[in-house]
Structure formats: structure tokens, C-alpha cells
Design a protein around this ligand. Sequence first.
Ligand code: DGY
Length: 324
Amino acid sequence: MDVLITRPLPGIAYELLDQQNISYQVFPQEDRMITKPELLSRCKSVKGIISLLTDRIDQEVIQAAPNLTVIANYAVGFDNIDIACATDHRIMVTNTPGVLTDATADLTMALILSLIRRITRADKFTREGRFQGWSPTLLIGGDLTGKNFGLIGTGRIGQAVAQRISGFNVNLIYNSPSGKPDFEEQYNAVFLDLPELLRQADIISIHVPLTDKTHHLLNKNNMKLLKPNCYIINTSRGPVIDEVELVKLLKQNRIAGAALDVFENEPKLTPGLADLENVILTPHIGSASEYTRNKMAEIAATNIIQALSGKIPDNLINREVLEK
Ligand code: DGY
């Protein structure tokens, strides 16, 4: 068996591997996460793994797979993989960038508008038969026009959100590891350091990868700076926000609300989070559009094929591996 695929994927992945006579095993065959013992026993002889962001590909897995030459993650994020260890073992690691940018930015916009205009609560209210006729005070939400929109992270997805939000007449402020003059010119955006952005923003949307530097980027100390009318939207990775602290702030109405598509201990939620009225919670569906998921499968399979046929995969993350 050449390749282990750790969960059923769109058919295009299998078609591409079949065309190249690359043998593969999809395990588990049902739609569930592979367990660690299953992963350890199934990876023993394979040359490639198509992994999911829910699979922790750590030193133990890497050492259990002596023939492994490529790990193709079916995601743009790759914080589930020990990249340094893979590189040491001369294993290429790839991801699926680009194809999920629009889908994730679209979900972000949906969450922003739903949160501010209380759409999920309004829907529930109406279904429950509580609508007694128009009222001047019913389900009053916030505004977007004229507000300070704080973007944290200006990679592909951050930029796609900037493009969308710039149609809403907001003041775009942003933070990234360094200022980006072209971005500022294109979107009339102003660079602020993180504490200043947190102080000024009315809405914050997070678009950073999870790394040692971004773990708890929003934490107990700096979330104190947030305005009481601030809304937070996170479609990146859960551990970027200290979720326990966030729940405290939301419970005490020290910020206006949060829309989260990702969670610190996914799929578990911090106790109390689901009981709050001022939150919208979605189950990590940023890339969940038909086109996007098919493209991700195509790209992951292509990365595997390229690596197994001695080519440099298009989406190689750890280029240092080529020097090994
Ligand atoms: C990713 O690709 O990293 C998203 O979080 C899921 O598609």
C-alpha cells in the first residue's frame, strides 16, 4: 500500500491516484476520525499519508512510518503536523492553500453580519412563534457602517476579508507581523500594533495560522483592552484565543459578542460557551463548500502524486527538506 487516506474524501482524490496506479487505503472507511492507535498501525508501511487537520501527526506517528516520504494535509493549516520532526526524517509536508480562501472569507462575512444583526437569535425567536408584530425595540443589533474593523492577519484569507468588508464603509485597521504598504494603499487600511488595534476596534476578525507565536494571541492581559461594544470573529484556529477568558468576558457582557468557527479544544467547547446568547458557534466549516472541498482533495492527491514520482510538490511547506 502506497498511501493511507485517513478519512473518506471527494472522489477526485481517488481518481487521480488510480490514474497514476498509486495504491491507497482509505481508513476508516466510515466518516469518523482515525484514532491514534489506528493511525500508528496503518502508517507502518506507507510512503504517503493524506491527513486531516484532526490527525495529530507527531513524532510517534512519524517514527512509526519508516517508509514515509510525504504527508499531504487536506487543509491549508498544518499545525497538526510536527514539521520539524518531518523535516528531520526527510518527509515532505504539503497543504492546500488558495482554494479555500474565498469560502473561508465568505463564511467570515456571514458570521460578521449574523452576529451584529443577531440573525441566529432572530431566526430562533421567529420559529418559536414569538413574533407578535413589528416593534421599534425588537432585536436591535449593532452597525457596521463607520465602525473600526480590526483585521488580525493579512494573508490570503485576511486579504479576501478586507476586499469584502471594504464594501461596507468601515475604517479598516489591521495588525500583521509587519506593516504592508501595498495592502494599506489598496484598502485604505491603517497598521496598528496589537494592543492599539484591540483598544480601537469595534469588530475584530482573526486570520492567522496557529504557531507558537500566535497561541493565545488574544489573552487575559490584552483582552482587557477591548471595548465593551466589540465583536470578535474567529475562523482561523481556536487556540489563537484564550477561550476560557473569552467566555468570562462574554458572560460578564464586557464585550458585545463572538462568532467562532474554531475552538480551543475542538470539538470540545469551553464550559459555558454554548449557554451564552451573545455568541454564534459553527463547527469548523470555513472551507465547507462543494467546490472548495473537491479542489482540496484534488490538490492533496496531486501533491502526493508529485512527491511519489520524484517531483517537488507544488505546495511543499518544508522546503528545507530538499537540502537534507
Ligand atoms: C484549513 O484548511 O486549515 C481549514 O481550517 C479547514 O479547511
